[in-house]
Design a protein around this ligand. Structure first.
Ligand code: BTN
Length: 244
């Protein structure tokens, strides 16, 4: 499988998309030392200084487009397992796909699916990990709630070694996924979840917000909230804030 390494790019997700359009194979990886236009979910900017891991993986799973969001959870489980195993930190997942250490975010995942005629042509999964970066130097809006491995461990980590271990773990979990293992992966996700059991606020597009206790995640990976009036509500997408 091919791994493209760059010093500086606009966004590894954009490079991966271009390679995929040029028929790059499943498993092709794009890594950069820094990104000038790193992108986060919901059109947000993603700060990507040197010292972090910024990478994207091209996938070509044979699944209906509606199941593409499963890859976000698959990736989250692979990253969480790797960080837990390598560093033994208090690793958790905030729904749908933020990897936390304690209650601070250390990694974000941006899944972009490209479908045509209701079939997936390819999916780009972008993974951004704040490894050896100084989050205290981030602009304020990005600093809040963020941490890095260096900050948590009090030392630098070997990024190349971590990338290698992440890719090995990702391949394992992804193979399980392709062999019908999503229910078990979801169970692993649930074990890492810091959202289930929390009282949360969900900010949906168009400014709607919903509050309630997160009581579980269904077989599709949607969050189930118990509202204050006792009603259950299924949340398919949105930004999740842990209130308590
Ligand atoms: C989030 O908002 O939590 C998702 C952040 C995803 C960042 C990664 S870094 C590598 C890849 N390239 C990008 O431009 N974004 C993703």
């Amino acid at each position: 499988k091919e791994i493209y390494c760059f010093d500086e790019v606009d966004s590894t997700n954009i490079i991966a998309k271009e390679l995929a359009e040029d028929d790059a194979r499943e498993g092709t990886v794009v890594i950069a030392k820094t990104q000038t236009r790193g992108r986060g979910r919901r059109g947000k900017k993603w700060i990507s200084p040197r010292g972090g891991i910024w990478m994207s993986i091209i996938l070509r799973p044979e699944i209906p487009p509606a199941e593409a969001p499963h890859l976000t959870l698959v990736t989250g489980v692979a990253v969480a397992k790797t960080l837990k195993r390598e560093f033994g930190l208090d690793v958790g997942i905030k729904w749908p796909n933020d990897i936390l250490i304690g209650d601070k975010k250390v990694c974000g995942i941006l899944m972009e699916a490209h479908a045509r005629f209701n079939t997936i042509e390819y999916i780009v999964v972008g993974i951004g990990i704040d490894t050896n970066v100084d989050v205290d130097l981030f602009p304020e809006e990005f600093r809040e709630g963020a941490t890095s491995l260096k900050k948590e461990l009090g030392r630098e980590v070997d990024s190349v070694d971590l990338i290698r271990k992440l890719l090995v773990e990702f391949e394992k979990v992804y193979d399980d996924f392709k062999n019908g293992g999503f229910p078990e992966i979801l169970n692993e996700w649930r074990r890492f979840s810091k959202t289930i059991g929390s009282y949360v606020e969900i900010r949906k597009q168009l400014g709607e917000t919903v509050r309630g206790e997160a009581v579980g995640v269904n077989s599709e990976g949607a969050l189930i909230l118990e509202l204050d009036n006792g009603d259950l509500r299924k949340i398919v997408s949105g930004e999740c804030i842990h209130l308590r």
